[in-house]
Design a protein around this ligand. Sequence first.
Ligand SMILES: Nc1ncnc2c1ncn2[C@@H]1O[C@H](COP(=O)(O)OP(=O)(O)O)[C@@H](O)[C@H]1O
Ligand SMILES: [Mg+2]
Length: 265
Amino acid sequence: MPAERPAPPSPPQRVTADAPGSAPASGTATGSEAVFVARGVTKVYRMGEVQVHALRGIDLDLYAGELVVMLGASGSGKSTLLNILGGIDVPTEGTVRYRDHELTRADDAALTRYRRDHVGFVFQLYNIIPSLTARENVALVTEIARNPMSPEEALDLVGLRERMDHFPAQLSGGEQQRVAIARAVAKQPEVLLCDEPTGALDVSTGVVVLDVIQRINRELGTTTVIITHNVSIAEMAERVISLSDGRIAEIRHNRTRRPPAEIKW
Ligand SMILES: Nc1ncnc2c1ncn2[C@@H]1O[C@H](COP(=O)(O)OP(=O)(O)O)[C@@H](O)[C@H]1O
Ligand SMILES: [Mg+2]
């Protein structure tokens, strides 16, 4: 893990609004490496007679160490795309590569290894185990990870050093989400994928959670994607990828990023 993030590339080279059929976002001359390369990704869910086109042709590059917000209305395909990047789901057509992992050629065992070794997930509902303390919830992951930090370090990173031996029921929603974040980052993943991480939280609690995610991105250099339907949250991102009806409608680069503490919604 790099201690310091590479200098962010200059905005004009990063800004890419991909017209259909045009060359996708490229990392040339940015100094930052494209770690995810997705091309022509479609996803069709077949439910009996009905077909749902969740993704309709996604071309996207994500760069090492960047913090991206993926924005879009409910049903626009955000979770489907995130799940495909994270190896939870597979596309119907198209290719997705993470570094030297061709995710679209991987079998189930290879996808499991990919998720275990490289990806941390944070979901709207924290999915922590009620009968285990904060420390024990994080230890579930650190016991099987290749290069974990200790549960104590991970909980310290999210500001919960004092609450390590508390059970989820003794913690607020925001604190439970921070336990979930500690669990996701304890294995020192290269990628952190967050699906509506503040969706169940009030504003002030949500801000603390976003602040933790941003600090992890900065301090650990973790390539980070945050899904939200909340336009204000996009202000903390380096790049904002807007999805609409299964397509990328816009990719823009924030010239100035707003720290989570200054975000209101
Ligand atoms: N497992 C599934 N089976 C059938 N349809 C699905 C499934 N997952 C998502 N969809 C549909 O795909 C579309 C995109 O969903 P999703 O990616 O969850 O959007 P978002 O996260 O932006 O709200 C929606 O119409 C949704 O109903
Ligand atoms: Mg979703």
